[in-house]
Write a protein that binds this ligand. Structure first.
Ligand SMILES: N[C@@H](CCC(=O)N[C@@H](CS)C(=O)NCC(=O)O)C(=O)O
Length: 341
C-alpha cells in the first residue's frame, strides 16, 4: 500500500474505532427529542458566525443553522451554538458534540471520506487570498518571497500556503496561531507581513482591524474553497434535511419568492414550482421527512439565499462582498438549486 493510502486508511480506522458510524436516523431522532439543533460555528467571524455582546449569534453560517431549525421545528431560534476553532471543529462533529457544522468549512476529499463527514452543499464559493498593509508596498502575492505569513492551523489555508510558495519557488516564514483573535492581533501589530485565509475571511477580518482602510487584499486567488455545512457520514436522513433546506433557499431566490412576498405567493401563486415549494401542492415536505410548510417556514422566518447573503455579507454590510461566484447560475454564478419535485 502506498504511504498516502496507508495514512488515509489509518485515519479512517482510527476514526471508526473512536466514534463508530452514525446509525440511520439516530441524529435526527435525537434532535427531535431534545427540540433544538446544536450547531458548530466559528469563534467569531464577522458576517459568517459572530456573537454580539449579549451572546446572540448572527451571520450567513448562523442563518443556515436557523433555516434548518425553521424547516424542522418551524422555529429558527431552536438552535444552540458551539464556537469552534479550526482544529476543534471536526472532532466536535465526529464525537456528536454538535449535530451540524456550519462554519466556513471547505469541502475536500479527505474531509468527506477519511474524516467521516458528509458535506450537504456549498453555501459560499470562496478562494484563498492574502491581505497586506498598503504600507508594505506589495501589489501581487508573487512579490512575497521571504515574507512572514500569519495563518491558522488545521485549515486548508495552511496547506495551500505551502503549495503556493513551493510551486512559485518562494520561501516564507509561517506564523501559526490557533485562535482567530490572536492571529488578527498578531497581524494588526505587524508581527507578520501578510495574513492569509479565505477571501471572505479577509474581508471579515479587515473590518475589525485598527485601521481597515490601511490594508489591501492582493489580487491572487490561490485555491478553491467551497464552503458548506457538514454532518456525520451515515446521517442521511438528517443530511437530506440540511441539503434540501439550502436548495429551498436557492429555489426561492430563483422563483422570486422572499420573506417579504411569501404569504402573498402562498395565497395567490399559480406557478406550480412556487406552489410545490410552499407546500400548497404536492407532498415535498413529507418526502424529506418534514411538514409540508417546511420551505415556507424557512423563507418566511429566515429568507431566501439572496436575502441572507445581502443581510450578512452584501453591499449594505461592512464586508461589502459582491455575489460573484455566489450569484445564481442564471446570472453568471455557480449557485443552482436541484429541482424541488
Ligand atoms: N475554509 C478553510 C479555513 C477555515 C477557517 O477556519 N478559517 C479561519 C480564518 S477566517 C476561521 O474561520 N477562524 C475562525 C475561528 O477560528 O473561530 C478551511 O475549511 O480549512
Amino acid at each position: 500500500m502506498r504511504l498516502a493510502t496507508q495514512l488515509a486508511a489509518g485515519t479512517a480506522a482510527a476514526y471508526l474505532a473512536t466514534f463508530g458510524v452514525a446509525e440511520a436516523g439516530e441524529t435526527l431522532d435525537a434532535i427531535k427529542a431534545k427540540g433544538f439543533i446544536q450547531c458548530g460555528v466559528s469563534t467569531g467571524l464577522a458576517g459568517f458566525s459572530n456573537p454580539d455582546d449579549a451572546g446572540n449569534w448572527s451571520g450567513l453560517d448562523v442563518d443556515v443553522c436557523r433555516a434548518v431549525a425553521a424547516a424542522l421545528f418551524g422555529d429558527p431560534d431552536a438552535v444552540r451554538y458551539t464556537p469552534l476553532t479550526a482544529t476543534e471543529r471536526f472532532t466536535a462533529l465526529q464525537s456528536g458534540e454538535v449535530d451540524l457544522l456550519s462554519r466556513n468549512t471547505t469541502w475536500t476529499l479527505t474531509r468527506d471520506t477519511a474524516l467521516g463527514l458528509d458535506f450537504t452543499g456549498v453555501t459560499y464559493y470562496d478562494g484563498q487570498g492574502f491581505m497586506a498593509p498598503s504600507a508594505l508596498g506589495v501589489k501581487s502575492a508573487l512579490e512575497l518571497d521571504g515574507a512572514s505569513v500569519c495563518v491558522q492551523p488545521g485549515t486548508t489555508t495552511e496547506l495551500n500556503l505551502a503549495d503556493y510558495f513551493r510551486a512559485n519557488n518562494m520561501s516564507y516564514e509561517p506564523v501559526v496561531i490557533e485562535r482567530l483573535e490572536e492571529v488578527r492581533t498578531a497581524y494588526d501589530q505587524g508581527r507578520c507581513d501578510v495574513y492569509t485565509t479565505d477571501q471572505s475571511g479577509l474581508y471579515a477580518e479587515r473590518t475589525v482591524l485598527t485601521n481597515p482602510d490601511d490594508h489591501i487584499i492582493l489580487p491572487e486567488v490561490i485555491s478553491k474553497e467551497p464552503l458548506g455545512p457538514a454532518v456525520r457520514q451515515g446521517d442521511q436522513a438528517w443530511g437530506d434535511i440540511v441539503r434540501w433546506t439550502l436548495y429551498a433557499m436557492l429555489e426561492a431566490e430563483e422563483l422570486g419568492v422572499s420573506s417579504q412576498n411569501v404569504d402573498d405567493q402562498k395565497a395567490n401563486a399559480s406557478n406550480p414550482n412556487v406552489r410545490r415549494l410552499l407546500g400548497v401542492e404536492g407532498d415535498m415536505g413529507e418526502a424529506v421527512g418534514l411538514q409540508n410548510e417546511w420551505a415556507y417556514n424557512v423563507i418566511k422566518q429566515v429568507g431566501n439565499y439572496s436575502e441572507i447573503f445581502e443581510a450578512n455579507v452584501g453591499q449594505g454590510t461592512p464586508l461589502k462582498i459582491e455575489r460573484g461566484l455566489n450569484a445564481l447560475w442564471s446570472e453568471g454564478g455557480l449557485q443552482y438549486a436541484m429541482p424541488v419535485r
